[in-house]
Design a protein around this ligand. Structure first.
Ligand SMILES: N[C@@H](CCC(=O)N[C@@H](CS)C(=O)NCC(=O)O)C(=O)O
Length: 237
C-alpha cells in the first residue's frame, strides 16, 4: 500500500485522519468528497484493488470484509462509507451533510441507500469478476448498465420533488455525496450517456458536475477533474 500525504493540519482533537482508498472506488470517492466538503485534511493511503491489496492480512486487520474505504481517526477505525459519513457528521459538525428537516433527511438516507445497497454492490469488482468467469465476459457490461439504469430511474422519481441546486435543496448533502461518484462510474466507467437515462437525470448530472467541484477543494470542470482524480491517483498508487 503506497501512501501520500494530502494534508498536514492537525484537527481539533489532534488526531490525524487517515483514509484508505482506491482511486476508482466510488465508495472511497464518497469519502473524498465528504472530507473535502467538511474541510478536513487527511492522509491518503492507497489500496490497489486490482493488485488484491484489500486481501492483504494487514488490511484485513482494519476491515475484515476487505473493502475500501476505511477511515482511521485516532483509536477509531471505521469501515463502510455510510457509517464513516455518519461518524464524520457526528464528530465534525462543520458543513452538515444532513438537513435539519426530518423529511429531507429521510430523502437523503433513501438516496444514499439506493446507491450504496441497490446499485454499487451489484457492480462491485468481485461480482463483476464472478460474472466474467462464470457467465461470460460479454455479460458484464449489460448487467451493470441494467442495474444502473434501474437505480437511477428510482432516484429520478425520488428526487423529482425535492431537488434544488443540488439533489435535496440548495446545499450539498449526503444524497449528493453518494450520487456524484455513482454518476461518475456510470458515465466514465460503464459508458452510460446520462442524456439517455431521462430528463431528471440531466438535473442529476448537473448536480454531479457541481459536487465534483469539492473533490479536491478546487474548481475543476469534468474533464479537468477526470485528469486530476484519475491520473493523479494513478501516479499516487
Ligand atoms: N458498503 C461498503 C461497500 C464497500 C465496497 O464495496 N468497496 C469496493 C470499492 S467501491 C471494494 O473495496 N471492492 C473490492 C472488491 O470487490 O474486492 C461501503 O459503502 O463502504
Amino acid at each position: 500500500m503506497a501512501s501520500a500525504s494530502v494534508g498536514e493540519e492537525e484537527h481539533n482533537n489532534n488526531n490525524k485522519l487517515i483514509l484508505y482508498s482506491y482511486w476508482r472506488s466510488s465508495c472511497s470517492f464518497r469519502l473524498r468528497i465528504a472530507l473535502n466538503v467538511k474541510g478536513l485534511k487527511y492522509e491518503y493511503r492507497a489500496v490497489n484493488l486490482l493488485k488484491g491489496e484489500q486481501t492483504h492480512p494487514e488490511f484485513l486487520q482494519l476491515n475484515p470484509i476487505g473493502f475500501v474505504p476505511v477511515l482511521v481517526d485516532g483509536p477509531a477505525v471505521i469501515f463502510d462509507s455510510f457509517a464513516i459519513i455518519m461518524f464524520l457528521e457526528d464528530k465534525y459538525p462543520q458543513h452538515p451533510l444532513l438537513p435539519t428537516d426530518i423529511h429531507k433527511r429521510a430523502i437523503n438516507f433513501q438516496a444514499a441507500s439506493i446507491v450504496s445497497s441497490s446499485i454499487q454492490p451489484l457492480h462491485n469488482l468481485n461480482l463483476l469478476k464472478y460474472i466474467e468467469e462464470k457467465v461470460g465476459p460479454d455479460e458484464k457490461l449489460p448487467w451493470v448498465q441494467g442495474v444502473i439504469r434501474k437505480g437511477f430511474t428510482a432516484l429520478e422519481k425520488l428526487l423529482k420533488e425535492h431537488s434544488g441546486r443540488y439533489a435535496t435543496g440548495d446545499e450539498i448533502f449526503m444524497a449528493d455525496i453518494f450520487l456524484a461518484p455513482q454518476l461518475h462510474s456510470a458515465y466514465k466507467r460503464f459508458n452510460i450517456p446520462m442524456v439517455q437515462i431521462g430528463q431528471v437525470h440531466l438535473l442529476i448530472s448537473l448536480i454531479y458536475f457541481k459536487v465534483l467541484y469539492y473533490c479536491w477543494g478546487k474548481p475543476c470542470r469534468l474533464e479537468k477533474m477526470h485528469d486530476v482524480v484519475f491520473q493523479t491517483s494513478v501516479q499516487v498508487e
